[in-house]
Design a protein around this ligand. Structure first.
Ligand code: ATP
Ligand code: ATP
Ligand code: MG
Ligand code: MG
Ligand code: MG
Ligand code: MG
Length: 271
């Protein structure tokens, strides 16, 4: 097709590749969800259907993009880990960032009525997103530890906050009462004043939600085109199966991902 004289403006679109062989994390976060959660009557501190909807939207991202091997969510945010050797969209930053954010947002709206059937959407929810690269396993582990530690800190604070507010204290006094308290003091307050044993709260509230792709299926040994179909003593090189991404099923967990066991059981995540 002939080019128009306007076509030169395309040259202003600069390449934005992510450096190769690094772990890619995309984190989305609800925009103005303090207000959004109020407007839609979210139960405080944790509205379960709203969290389930976040998890459903994250799952939609993983169903669409098989290079996303792990996702961790709490409150109005979700972090997605894309495997290190991924060549998704030729590692173009904007394309990856915008696609993950758009997939998540549209799934959140698409599944809304299924999870919150009695609460019609009052206005379109929006999410922002960013891409961060990590060079080694250590930083990826620390990244997810950071988010899960944040989940714990926020949830303990919010559980105390809303227990006090629901007992009749003003929000100003509640903030004052909680200022400077350590986690031991918060645990004790919950137990002595409200009979709440923090450790008995739902693991989804305390540990967040982790969606993880299971191990890739072993290449079939009998399927057509497999290495064993080659004639014996073949002079042909054994065909190398192109890496097809981890197409294993996605499971949802609410457990510790700071310690070693989670990662030692799933070495493929950081391969
Ligand atoms: P920003 O646009 O800067 O992200 P924000 O209002 O979204 O601002 P966040 O720090 O992201 O602020 O906090 C999200 C807020 O949304 C939480 O503090 C909480 O009030 C509310 N929220 C999100 N999910 C839930 C939920 N499942 N149940 C109850 N409240 C929730
Ligand atoms: P990519 O994901 O790479 O953008 P694509 O399938 O979206 O792939 P585009 O080059 O963006 O490809 O083209 C969008 C296509 O969507 C058009 O070629 C056309 O077939 C279809 N399309 C979009 N809007 C309309 C519309 N209003 N009416 C009919 N067809 C449409
Ligand atoms: Mg934000
Ligand atoms: Mg937010
Ligand atoms: Mg947030
Ligand atoms: Mg298109």
């Amino acid at each position: 097709m002939a080019k128009s004289r306007f076509e030169y403006v395309r040259n202003f679109e600069l390449p934005d590749p992510l450096i190769p062989n690094t772990y890619i994390v995309v984190r989305i976060d609800g925009r103005g969800f303090h207000k959004f959660s109020d407007a839609h009557g979210f139960t405080k501190p944790n509205d379960v259907p709203a969290l389930d909807l976040m998890n459903r939207a994250a799952r939609a991202v993983m169903d669409d993009l098989s290079d996303v091997v792990l996702a961790f969510g709490e409150s109005d945010e979700f972090s997605f880990l894309i495997r290190r050797s991924s060549n998704l969209y030729n590692r173009r930053r904007s394309k990856i960032n915008s696609t993950v954010c758009s997939l998540f947002t549209s799934a959140y709206v698409f599944y809304w009525s299924q999870y919150l059937p009695d609460r019609p959407l009052k206005y379109p929810p929006t999410f922002d997103s960013r891409v961060v690269l990590y060079p080694s396993e250590r930083e990826v582990r620390d990244y997810f530890s950071w988010r899960q530690a944040d989940t714990h800190i926020n949830n303990l604070y919010n559980t105390c906050f809303w227990a006090l507010v629901q007992s009749g204290m003003s929000t100003t006094d509640t903030n004052k009462a909680l200022q400077g308290t350590d986690s031991k003091a918060k645990n004790e307050m919950l137990f002595s004043q409200f009979g709440i044993n923090y450790n008995n709260l739902s693991p989804m509230f305390r540990k967040g939600s982790t969606l993880v792709r299971s191990a890739p299926a072993e290449p079939s040994s009998s399927g057509a085109g497999s290495a064993t179909d080659m004639p014996e003593a073949s002079t042909f090189a054994v065909p190398v199966r192109p890496f097809e991404g981890l197409t294993g099923e996605v499971v949802i967990l609410h457990e510790d991902i700071i310690g070693d066991p989670f990662w030692l059981d799933r070495t493929w995540l950081l391969a």
